[in-house]
Design a protein around this ligand. Structure first.
Ligand code: KG4
Ligand code: ZN
Length: 307
């Protein structure tokens, strides 16, 4: 069964053809270079670029496959930037109509969950715990099956990726900042971390909060003139340790058969390596599938609705 996945909920335009767990064709245009100059995504610009990108990507797909051999078309319905979602909606509906193929709508966050098995021979064993960390979300789910997902924790303020981006902008004037801070963390592995930030105290054990780290970093940088590298190291070490401690509690309580880490921030080297130590059946997407892409939308449609 061949499923075409279509994704444009934020600033990446992507289409991909997936058969079973395997990605047969993968196309993606990132708009990072365009939005970089503004220090963040401009929604109106993103939507306009998706419009042109879809046309271009469809031409590319036609060069390598016969569109009539596609069995289903899956697209991101929500959540995301409204103009970007609208472009995906229009493109996928038009394509489905032209090709006379059934259309499946997919939740973007669920797409991230199932990205963890793309191009692998692994299956999710249920019950599972899935932590989704991206620029827009930080959600912890208990998955009882591929369809039954219970949100057991979430961020009460900023998403993890958003805080990475804000901290990096303050300290180093870069965007997006997650990878930048992660690279610093890897380069200064041997350096002693002198800064200690305080962790948030939360009523629900499985909720998250990151804006307090951001405020502490900003204050230490602007008013105490603490070194930017030291602050970046302390930030990454503490947010990851905070997340891992929560995962340990959740694993203890829910006794999952597998655990999943996904979303843009799952590209983080320290988070990946600490997460892998938590469970014997840990699923983390290959690097190319950590950020938004069409393949994750196709695999989510397969796992949730076509099995
Ligand atoms: O999932 P994603 O592509 O887009 C959303 O749906 O939000 O995630 C993008 C986020 C950005 O905030 C980016 O800074 C972060 O993922 N990110 C990272 C790393 N690579 C990307 N954060 C920490 N460490 C990384 N290596
Ligand atoms: Zn995403």
């Amino acid at each position: 069964m061949k499923v075409l996945g279509i994704e444009s909920s934020h600033d990446d335009t992507s289409i991909a053809l997936v058969e079973n767990n395997q990605v047969v064709h993968f196309f993606k245009i990132s708009q990072t270079d365009i939005h970089q100059q503004y220090g963040g995504t401009i929604p109106e610009l993103a939507a306009r670029h998706h419009f042109h990108n879809y046309y271009y990507l469809l031409e590319k797909l036609k060069e390598v496959t016969n569109l009539h051999q596609i069995d289903y078309i899956a697209y991101t319905k929500e959540p995301g930037l409204i103009g970007s979602l609208q472009m995906g909606h229009l493109f996928s509906h038009a394509l489905a109509k032209a090709l006379k193929k059934p259309l499946i709508d997919v939740n973007h966050i669920h797409g991230h969950i199932f990205s963890s098995i793309l191009d692998t021979n692994h299956q999710i064993k249920y019950p599972a715990l899935a932590l989704i960390v991206s620029g827009g979300h930080t959600n912890l789910y208990l998955l009882k099956s591929s369809q039954e997902k219970i949100l057991i924790g979430q961020t009460l303020d900023d998403a993890l990726g958003e805080v990475y981006d804000k901290v990096a902008r303050v300290l180093f004037n870069v965007f997006p900042g997650g990878k930048y801070i992660d690279d610093i963390f890897s380069s200064y592995k041997e350096q002693k971390i002198e800064v200690k930030l305080s962790d948030p105290k939360l009523l629900n054990l499985f909720d998250f909060s990151f804006s307090g780290y951001k405020t502490q970093i900003i204050n230490l940088y602007h008013y105490k003139k603490v070194d930017a590298i030291q602050l970046a190291l302390a930030f990454q070490k503490q947010v990851v340790d905070f997340i891992i401690a929560k995962m340990k509690l959740a694993i203890n309580q829910y006794q999952p058969q597998s655990i999943i880490l996904a979303g843009g921030v799952s590209a983080n080297s320290y988070l990946r390596s600490e997460f892998l130590k938590l469970h014997s059946h840990t699923l983390i997407p290959l690097m190319k599938y950590t950020t938004d892409n069409g393949a994750m939308i196709a695999i989510a449609a397969i796992e949730e609705k076509l099995k």
